[in-house]
Design a protein around this ligand. Structure first.
Ligand code: FAD
Length: 545
């Protein structure tokens, strides 16, 4: 077997001089990888699914898909390709659950690793303080939720949709309405196992192989394939009071959101969305939310106006409903929403967290889930959010409603600078809060994730769906043109906006995206994936030739 391997390796070397490099991957891959011994298996046919993602805009066919059953399947594949050196153009992409937007988990003529088939290690829980769970990186967050709830525990930080993989969201950030309190998901991981671009299997954490640990978090799959992760848990609540209120004035809306994310006593989840050109809105909500004052609510006329909806949630356990109602009343009394637009719902914790899946089922039934999704996700510094809202919501978006537009602030440190300068807090207390902030609550600032410079920034997500083959306002081209208009406005007005889940075609654009972090990012690339084998679909580095 070894002789065969050596022979094939020599063939690769010789072939590289005799045939066009463009033709190299498929024949070499078939003849060589096919002979390798895997615990799982490789497929060379019917791999179209690996060339498709949620965005449904970019489709790059791989040469093979690896269904690993063990970490050694992953490491031996990468090591083999690494040892082929620059003679082959083969690349490798870890594939989560197909929810990228622009081919980020695809590998043109390369190998896609189907992370979902890696079931090593089995999910294992540690209930002692601090509780955590070890999971395989291809695991879906929804499965982790169900398993941890059996032990009265749950992860702390989520995404809005749970049918995403651990490796996929940790390679981006994982941001949702809990991030103001716990940070993004990349803040709530204790340890990782990673297979680097050289095929080495490395365990890393804040104490061990620190640089790789931080690099991989938010690292867009560039430095290694995450094979397992140790995720922080907390005691799980059972129920959720879920609340929506409306505003017509953006300043009042954003002031309330910012007040809530920096208050000591607050909700457990804070998000919001923009409502443009929607009629009969409150009627739609009535199936799942109840108006606090039904008569007043029925008289509220939303027609034609831009509305801002604050969405908050408070977790509680049955038997504590009265207490939590009092807390909610106090919190709501500090806000300035339109009083008659208070809508409430009470749901289980699982139903609350898995809420987008309910929409997914409905959209699938109507054939509206598997359509192109030209999403645009932006991180906007607090100082620029008013200018942004005025131009984008008031002008660029004025005539469109291709999907939800989310908007909510998060803060990198737990306590907002407003609180530190509050007149009623004396200097020593401010100092203690400041130190506490630095130690425990900052977003990990050494990760690869790029955020705006300011402490508070807004996530604004344009979650558009396009109607296939339409050339109108709901068509892909129209929405992409609108997205470009928004980006041009951000650039021209120098708001310091960063894209999240970004897609760029050139390294120049990526350099601008990373800004001062580029040097560290590219240094990490040459350390952990020197031939640029990993995650080619991000278009950041070209495989070395
Ligand atoms: P993939 O799309 O397959 O992978 C994403 C990237 O990570 C690729 O470059 C891939 O190569 C790499 N990768 C995947 N697995 C690994 C691994 N094990 N090791 C190393 N690299 C890996 N994001 C949020 O932050 N907040 C949200 O609320 C949110 N809501 C969403 C709702 C919907 C309906 C959808 C479709 C997406 C949402 N996302 C959200 C975006 C989500 O974080 C990304 O889509 C992400 O890509 C996860 O999808 P995935 O698990 O399928 O990973």
């Amino acid at each position: 077997k070894q002789y065969t391997m050596i022979l094939r390796f020599l063939m690769v070397f010789l072939f590289s001089f005799t045939i066009s490099k463009k033709n190299l991957p498929i024949p070499i891959l078939r003849s060589s990888l096919a002979d390798m011994a895997f615990n799982g298996h490789l497929t060379f046919e019917k791999n179209e699914h690996a060339a498709k993602d949620f965005g449904d805009i970019y489709h790059f066919m791989p040469s093979a898909v690896l269904y690993p059953k063990s970490v050694s399947d992953v490491s031996s594949t990468i090591k083999y390709i690494f040892e082929m050196g620059a003679s082959s153009e083969l690349t490798v992409a870890a594939g989560g659950h197909g929810h990228s937007l622009a081919g980020q988990a695809q590998a043109y003529q390369g190998v896609v690793i189907n992370m979902g088939s890696l079931r090593e290690p089995e999910m294992s829980f540690h209930a002692e303080e601090p509780p955590y769970v070890d999971v395989s990186a291809g695991e879906l967050w929804v499965n982790i939720l169900h398993e941890s709830l059996k032990r009265g525990l749950a992860p702390k930080s989520w995404t809005d949709y749970l049918h995403l993989t651990v490796g996929g969201t940790l390679s981006n950030a994982g941001i949702s309405g809990q991030a103001f309190r716990h940070g993004p998901q990349i803040n709530n991981v204790y340890q990782l196992q990673v297979v680097t671009g050289k095929g080495d299997v490395v365990t890393c954490s804040e104490e061990q192989n620190t640089d790789l640990f931080y690099g991989v978090l938010g690292g867009l799959g560039q430095f290694g394939v995450i094979t397992w992760a140790r995720i922080a848990l907390e005691p799980a609540p059972k129920m959720v009071k879920w609340i929506r209120v409306l505003y017509t004035d953006f300043s009042i809306f954003s002031k309330d959101q910012e007040h809530l994310i920096c208050s000591e006593m607050s909700f457990d989840y804070i998000e919001g969305f923009v409502i443009i050109n929607r009629t009969g809105l409150l009627n739609n909500w009535r199936s799942s939310f109840n108006a606090k004052d039904p008569l007043q609510a029925s008289q509220f006329n939303s027609e034609g106006r831009i509305l801002y909806c604050l969405e908050v949630a408070k977790y509680f356990d049955p038997g504590k409903s009265d207490l939590v109602n009092q807390i909610i009343d106090t919190l709501l009394s500090e806000l300035n929403y339109i009083q008659c637009t208070l809508f409430l719902s009470e749901v289980s914790y699982v139903d609350f967290l898995d809420r987008v899946h309910v929409s997914e089922i409905k959209l699938r039934e109507k054939g509206l889930w598997e359509v192109p999704h030209p999403w645009l996700n932006l991180l906007i510094p607090r100082s620029g959010i008013h200018e942004f809202a005025q131009e984008v919501f008031g002008n660029i978006l004025a005539d469109t409603s291709n999907g939800p537009v989310l908007i909510y602030p998060v803060n990198k440190s737990r306590y907002h600078s407003n609180l530190l300068t509050a007149k009623n807090i004396c200097f020593p207390i401010c100092y203690v809060i400041f130190c506490f902030n630095m130690l425990y609550h900052r977003w990990r600032n050494r990760t690869s994730m790029v955020t705006p410079d300011e402490d508070v920034f807004y996530l604004v997500a344009f979650l558009s769906s396009a109607t296939p083959s339409s050339t109108g306002k709901d068509g892909l081209e129209h929405i992409l043109t609108r997205n470009r208009r928004i980006l041009r406005f951000c650039e021209a007005s120098r708001l310091g906006v960063k894209q999240y889940l970004a897609h760029y075609s050139t390294q120049k654009e990526w350099k601008a995206h990373f800004g001062t972090q580029w040097e560290v990012f590219s240094q990490r690339k040459s350390t952990y994936d020197p031939l640029a084998i990993l995650a080619p679909g991000q278009n950041i580095f070209q495989k070395a030739k």
